[in-house]
Design a protein. Sequence first.
Length: 86
Amino acid sequence: MQITNISEAKASLSFLIKQVQETRQPIIIGKAGTPVAVLSAYSEDDSPRTLGGSWEGKVKIADDFDDTNDEIIDSFYQSHLFPDKT
């Protein structure tokens, strides 16, 4: 794992990004000899999401969760809710 300081990272960011892309090895960026950040390659997680942990079996989404209530939607557009102040 490569280590660099902030000023070197700022001066050669394009090079460091290319290096991380090619090697898939992260680079530690430090300030005054102390690690403060890690530059690493992005990897997209395309695995299916599952409900787990302490919420498992406790959450149910109603079948009509995404249904729109026309009365509520219409109320946003009725002029009596926003009368002219003139």
